[in-house]
Ligand binder design. Structure first.
Ligand SMILES: Cc1cc2nc3c(=O)[nH]c(=O)nc-3n(C[C@H](O)[C@H](O)[C@H](O)COP(=O)(O)OP(=O)(O)OC[C@H]3O[C@@H](n4cnc5c(N)ncnc54)[C@H](O)[C@@H]3O)c2cc1C
Length: 374
């Protein structure tokens, strides 16, 4: 990874509280070309499976590839890349405050204070379990939690087809809200099996383990396996528009609202914003981020879907089944990546019941409040 010339004479300080030595997450995303993280792609698939009570299908996503990156590999790559540049310094400190004034950003940590031309902040200082507006939250403000637990399991016999990944399997109880599993085999004997829910509250810890055990036994038909690794995560699914930038503080990641409201996917959106920031700095030496028309269009779609899910107007399993049944997977992936054309969007909209989605869309478009401005 090369540095843009603009950055070569800048001092870049990374302040991170953790040593980043734990494999705490696995990222999956899709792309057509070889991406920035190609050397650390752990596994990739071009055939995905979708299952629900009413519709199941196996499909090729070519020219896309569904790629998996392990957290630990990304942390190691970032540290190695940083170490190769003498202008990048890494300090293990806990940030306690970030402010901006007079064309500068100010960072306070448990050990020191810093000023900088820009701060790129990925720390969510609020409580991830709560809507940022707290009690001020309006009736159209949706804040669901996407929570998931995953196990990397290993078997002694070869049982998985490592060329095919289960993208979503909704054939499980939908009682709590939208609930699905995904299964990502990295070899004939290992797979990441993940239990995912979109609901308002977390489950008791043992409920995730019971569900994982049940799914592995009932659907993967496995009794003998060992758990090599586990991960747990919570991502906000909301129509709240997080600030992109305040003065010299630029928000990135979940703190910058980059988890897509209706899917929770964030990895590609984070990379795309990082690229936009680098381009902007290289071209005009400053950053002026704002929500584009395209951003606002997809925020509207996300909000409509979130309203339907949160108010339980139609089960998420049926919505995703209808979308996958009536559209080629490439169009669905473009749509989920906020890269679909207006024609794509209309075709996706035609696949879901107008009687459910039109009232929700009209409510969004005519409702008061600032949810879709900006
Ligand atoms: C288990 C898991 C699996 C996921 N899988 C996917 C996936 O498959 N695909 C996808 O698109 N998205 C996925 N996501 C969502 C999203 O991509 C990740 O959450 C991603 O890591 C978000 O990046 P971020 O920079 O916002 O936060 P983080 O990666 O969490 O980075 C924030 C950093 O800030 C540090 N920090 C926090 N507070 C302080 C402080 N006060 N001082 C100093 N440092 C601090 C933390 O240690 C951390 O390193 C997943 C999330 C999780 C949790």
């Amino acid at each position: 990874m090369m540095q843009e010339p603009f950055f070569q004479d800048k001092k870049i300080l990374v302040i991170e509280q953790s040593p980043k030595t734990v494999n705490d997450r696995t990222w999956c995303f899709w792309e057509k070309e070889a991406g920035l993280f190609e050397p650390i792609v752990h596994h990739r698939w071009q055939t995905l499976r979708f299952y629900s009570g009413s519709f199941s299908k196996e499909f090729s996503i070519s020219p896309y590839q569904y790629k998996m990156i392990r957290g630990i590999d990304l942390y190691a790559l970032v540290k190695k890349t940083a170490a190769a540049h003498t202008n990048v310094e890494w300090r293990q400190e806990k940030v306690t405050a970030i402010t901006t004034e007079n064309e500068l950003a100010l960072v306070t940590t448990d050990k020191a204070s810093y000023t900088a031309e820009y701060v790129f902040n990925s720390i969510h200082f609020g409580d991830i379990m709560q809507h940022p507006l707290g009690a001020q939250k309006g009736s159209r403000d949706v804040y669901l939690l996407q929570h998931f637990k995953g196990w990397v399991i290993e078997t002694t016999e070869p049982v998985f087809d490592a060329a095919k990944a289960t993208f979503m399997d909704f054939r499980v109880s939908q009682e709590q809200g939208t609930t699905f599993f995904y299964v990502l085999p990295a070899s004939p004997t290992t797979a990441l099996v993940e239990y995912t829910l979109f609901t308002e509250k977390l489950l008791p810890p043992e409920a995730y383990d019971e569900a994982l055990k049940g799914y592995i036994e009932s659907y993967l038909k496995l009794k003998n396996y060992t758990i090599q690794h586990e991960e747990f995560g919570v991502i906000p699914m909301t129509n709240h528009r997080f600030p992109l930038q305040q003065g010299r503080v630029v928000y990135t990641g979940i703190a910058g609202g980059q988890a897509k409201g209706s899917s929770g996917y964030a990895f590609r959106f984070i990379q795309k914003r990082a690229e936009a920031i680098v381009r902007s700095l290289a071209a005009c030496k400053q950053i002026d981020l704002h929500h584009s028309f395209t951003n606002s269009k997809f925020a509207l779609y996300d909000s409509v879907l979130l309203q339907v899910l949160a108010k339980r107007k139609m089960p998420g399993s049926e919505i995703f089944a209808a979308i996958f049944r009536h559209n080629p997977p490439q169009r669905v992936l473009r749509f989920l990546d906020n890269e679909s054309s207006l024609l794509d969007d209309l075709q996706i909209m035609r696949s879901v019941p107008t009687a459910v989605f039109l009232p929700a869309a009209l409510q969004e478009l005519t409702g008061k409040g600032s949810t879709f401005t900006g």
